[in-house]
Write a protein that binds this ligand. Structure first.
Ligand code: C2E
Ligand code: CA
Ligand code: CA
Length: 668
């Protein structure tokens, strides 16, 4: 697969979910941060409030029960214990004198070794920032006044109704809610030379943070809404992407897999076949004459047939194999095989199965096989090889299987080379005109010549026309080459005429590809007239096959060419699908009998009989006869006897370069 094609497919398949995933990530992060900040700030606020109110209660408790001398100890203890019972947030009270333990309600005393500034807990903005605290290792905290002056904030004390406050705390405590935060603090109150410590376990319950909970709920709801939105978006993208992929890989005619899917799957299978555990063969299967089938039965029926082919083929595909409909009536199969015989048998069975689809119509298939070699992973190239193998079979209506071989590969490489280099070769005049003389049968003297092209390649050397003419005929370059040959011949004839040398008519080949242009005769005239040469020294050889293209153009062109004074001959008469009919309609000057009549041992007599009849017929139609490919004296004698006009063949001379021809013939 070409790189740009591969890129285009990847671009089509690329999932565009990243923006959504990124959005989801950003939104979740933002909300998480906002949520965390809200929780922290709200909790801090609640804690601060709690801290202040508990401080007030504690200071009142101390005020009420502990006097400077701590004289009425018993009584004070009783009172303190009673009040502690009322509030589950006050857990202990103790009294220290100069750091020495004096009394504790439950035997607990604070550890005075670690003191931390109050501002570290609640920040510098705190309303009670002038208090220090000591945090004990067991998370109990001691609050002490920063400047050592243990006086209470009167405002706080005034605001609080202790009994009420204690009963509120008691109620809250009885609700059996689990606090969400619990903080243990020792408040320190100075009473004369004593220090009273009150241990508070400050609880924050969920109802303390209703606002916080509301904000949290909203945040959670928002996050959920966004998450749902993004998840829906992501699923939407994924499903539309799946649809694109499906369209990309589905063949519309059969509804099955198409060539892209095949290339993807095939490449995967070949890549996974490490150490070549399995032998793979690429098969190109074509139903021959599909177009005729569609013409007879309709395009819809044709496509239905292809759909049934696909379903049938699918049944023949095993695990680790692949199959797809390519185009028209072409299918690709990547099959595993053990031996070539087994593979051929399997292909034949497949063909039988396909034929069984239309019991009343015999279908014909052409099959190309390319056995996959080690390290060959390019599915398109393998398929192309299989197709090349099949295309060499032609379109004969028979079931046949052709294997791709090294020769074909060489041919492919050669074709590519020729196509790459032909323009340059024409510009550099690497194509040379060779002339092969035509001798008169009676006098055995030169009476004409045929111009035949040769490619003198800078690295390949001498290249005969059969190695490049068919390629040029396929790619259309033959039009330029023939023009070049005609021009070179006209130039040469003009030169010889000017030099007063002996000049004979020289024929040039005109490929059937020219007969698509209606002004062909004018075009030829234009090329020749550039050199001021009489038209009678130029002969044009057309092949009979041109007759099967656009008959009208051919007939008109031949007529015009003859009117312009050119000699027109029909080349290769009798080769291939020859039809005498063409002679009836085509008025030409010369008939060139194909060399095939003079080949082969068995058919000599029959061939000669036909030749003599053709010569007779041509004479009656007022045509001259040229026999081609004459190699022996017997053939020359026979042709002379039959009144053949001219003879072209190795017996007299092979095609030769212009200078050699000039030396040999033009001085006469
Ligand atoms: P063609 O036009 O039928 O040319 C006759 C071919 O038969 C030539 O092959 C010639 O060398 C060969 N030949 C002549 N006498 C004998 C003989 O006694 N024995 C054998 N075995 N062969 C003989 P060549 O030159 O290889 O050309 C092959 C074909 O290539 C030509 O067949 C013609 O169709 C094509 N061709 C050659 N030059 C041109 C050209 O300039 N334009 C076009 N369109 N086709 C050309
Ligand atoms: Ca010819
Ligand atoms: Ca010929």
């Amino acid at each position: 697969m070409s790189k740009s094609k591969d890129k285009r497919i990847r671009r089509l398949k690329r999932l565009r979910i990243w923006p959504s995933v990124l959005g989801l990530f950003v939104i979740t992060t933002i909300f998480t941060v906002v949520f965390a900040l809200t929780i922290v700030t709200s909790l801090t606020d609640v804690m601060r409030e709690k801290f202040v109110s508990n401080y007030e209660i504690s200071s009142q408790l101390v005020n009420r029960h502990i006097d400077t001398n701590f004289s009425a100890q018993e009584q004070a203890c009783q009172g303190i214990l009673k009040d502690i019972d009322l509030s589950n947030e006050i857990q202990a009270v103790c009294v220290l004198k100069n750091g020495t333990e004096v009394w504790s309600s439950n035997g607990q005393y604070p550890d005075l070794s670690v003191r931390v500034a109050f501002t570290e807990l609640f920040g510098p903005e705190s309303t009670v920032s002038n208090y220090d605290m000591v945090i004990e290792e067991d998370e109990q905290t001691i609050i002490v006044k920063e400047d050592g002056q243990y006086t209470f904030n009167d405002q706080w004390i005034e605001q609080i109704d202790l009994e009420k406050e204690i009963s509120r705390l008691e109620k809250e405590g009885n609700k059996e809610y689990e606090p969400i935060v619990s903080l243990k603090l020792w408040y320190v109150m100075p009473v004369g030379d004593l220090e009273a410590f009150v241990l508070n376990d400050i609880h924050v319950y969920i109802y303390d943070v209703v606002f916080l909970a509301a904000v949290a709920c909203m945040v959670v709801i928002l996050v959920i809404v966004f998450i749902i939105y993004y998840i829906i978006t992501i699923f939407g993208v994924i499903s539309s992407q799946k649809r694109v992929t499906k369209v990309l890989y589905t063949d519309i005619v059969t509804g099955g897999e198409n060539r892209l899917a095949f290339a993807r799957k095939g490449t995967k299978l070949l890549k996974r076949n490490r150490r070549n555990k399995r032998n793979y063969a690429m098969i190109h299967l074509r139903m021959e004459k599909y177009r005729s089938f569609c013409t007879c039965f309709g395009v819809r029926e044709g496509e239905e047939l292809l759909e049934r082919f696909y379903r049938t083929l699918k049944k023949w595909i095993r695990r680790k194999e692949a199959m797809a409909h390519y185009e028209q009536a072409d299918f690709a199969l990547l099959l595993c095989y053990t031996t070539q015989e087994e593979l051929v048998a399997r292909i034949e069975s497949i063909e039988q199965a396909l034929n069984a689809i239309t019991p009343n119509i015999k279908l014909y298939f052409g099959v190309g096989v390319c056995l996959v070699e080690q390290r060959q992973k390019d599915v398109e190239e393998l398929y192309n090889n299989a197709l090349s193998a099949r295309s060499l079979l032609g379109e004969d209506a028979e079931n046949r299987i052709a294997f791709f071989d090294v020769e074909m590969k060489k041919q492919q490489l050669w074709e590519r080379k020729v196509e790459d280099e032909m323009e340059r070769a024409l510009k550099n005049k690497e194509f040379k005109v060779y002339l092969q003389p035509k001798y008169s049968a009676k006098e055995e003297k030169i009476a004409g010549a045929e111009a035949l092209v040769r490619w003198i390649h800078p690295t390949e050397g001498f290249v005969p026309p059969n190695k490049f003419i068919p390629i040029f005929e396929k790619n259309g370059f033959i039009l330029q080459l023939d023009d070049y040959m005609l021009e070179e011949v006209a130039r040469q004839q003009a030169k010889w005429i000017q030099e007063g040398k002996n000049v004979v008519p020289v024929s040039v080949n005109v490929s059937r590809a020219h007969f698509t242009r209606e002004d062909l005769a004018e075009h030829i005239c234009g090329v020749v007239d550039k050199f001021n040469v009489p038209h009678s020294v130029i002969e044009l050889e057309l092949t009979e096959s041109a007759f099967f293209d656009d008959k009208e153009v051919l007939l008109n062109t031949v007529k015009k060419l003859r009117e312009y004074g050119f000699i027109v001959s029909m080349d290769d008469f009798g080769a291939g699908y020859s039809s005498l009919n063409s002679l009836k309609e085509l008025q030409i000057d010369v008939l060139k009998i194909d060399a095939d009549f003079f080949r082969g041992e068995d058919s000599v007599d029959r061939g000669m009989l036909i030749v003599s009849e053709v010569i007779d017929l041509a004479k009656k139609l007022d045509m001259k006869i040229v026999a081609e490919g004459i190699e022996s004296r017997e053939q020359v004698d026979f042709l002379a006897q039959q009144n053949c006009d001219l003879i072209q063949g190795y017996y007299f001379a092979k095609p030769m370069p212009l200078n050699e021809f000039e030396e040999k013939y033009n001085h006469q």
